[in-house]
Design a protein around this ligand. Structure first.
Ligand code: GLN
Length: 234
């Protein structure tokens, strides 16, 4: 399982967001606190964000562990954004190990990260994906159908592959959308903006856990949670 996070709010530096907190995404790459599947996230990492004066998101991705990227660490204090999606990866067995397989994926307008796994044969066909990794195929499906269908896509794919874990996290520059389907997600609302993260990056008691099988929408007006379905007894 990977770990991912997103921020919507007042612009802040990428260092402040993904490197500096005590249990930052950087720390989660070797010592996640709530990870249910896998122990470290060393198969690459990525961050995508919107920057003033540029149309659409930009990305910095790597197939190396996040702790092995000192060049990023040197520029991260001056990269600032009010809409960010970042992830560290623990590759699912059998999936490609390459930069193009690392989240966030994009169609040029939306960023999307997937924390989980899905049988690729269970996915409805979508236009060309960035990689053959399951997460990129799933992202391509969401891009084809539109961000507003995120919850429907997760329900449909979850029905086609009952063993799938489908925690998705997406942004379009003005809002965040996320799903919980088999893994953890927490939310932090602050006066400056809202964060979603696979696990809290510090011990602030204001973090709250999102229940499983929910759709989360974050806009400048607030956070809304919608159940995706009733959980089947196992
Ligand atoms: N299945 C995806 C991959 O192989 C995501 C893995 C994960 O969430 N750890 O990269």
């Amino acid at each position: 399982m990977c770990r991912h996070l997103a921020w919507l709010g007042r612009p802040r530096s990428l260092a402040d967001l993904v490197l500096e907190p005590p249990s930052s995404l950087l720390v989660q790459s070797w010592a996640p606190r709530r990870q249910r599947h896998g122990t470290i996230n060393a198969d690459g990492w990525g961050v995508g964000f919107w920057a003033p004066g540029h149309d659409g998101p930009v990305r910095w991705r790597s197939s190396r562990p996040m702790w092995g990227d000192p060049s990023f660490a040197s520029v991260a204090p001056v990269l600032r954004s009010g809409c960010v999606v970042a992830a560290v990866r623990s590759a699912t067995v059998g999936m490609p190990l390459e930069e193009s397989a690392v989240a966030p994926f994009t169609d040029g307008r939306v960023l999307l990260s997937h924390n989980g796994r899905v049988a690729r044969a269970a996915l409805p066909p979508a236009r060309t994906a960035e990689s053959t990794v399951d997460s990129a195929l799933l992202a391509a499906l969401v891009f084809d159908r539109g961000l507003d269908t995120l919850g429907d896509v997760v329900r449909e794919v979850g029905a086609r592959d009952p063993a799938a874990r489908l925690n998705l996290l997406a942004a379009d520059g003005t809002r965040l959308l996320a799903t919980t389907w088999g893994d953890t997600l927490s939310v932090l609302v602050t006066p400056d903006g809202t964060a979603l993260a696979s696990e809290p990056w510090d011990d602030d008691p204001a973090w709250s856990d999102v229940p499983d099988r929910h759709l989360v929408e974050v806009t400048p007006d607030g956070v809304s949670l919608t159940p995706l379905d009733r959980r089947e007894p196992v």
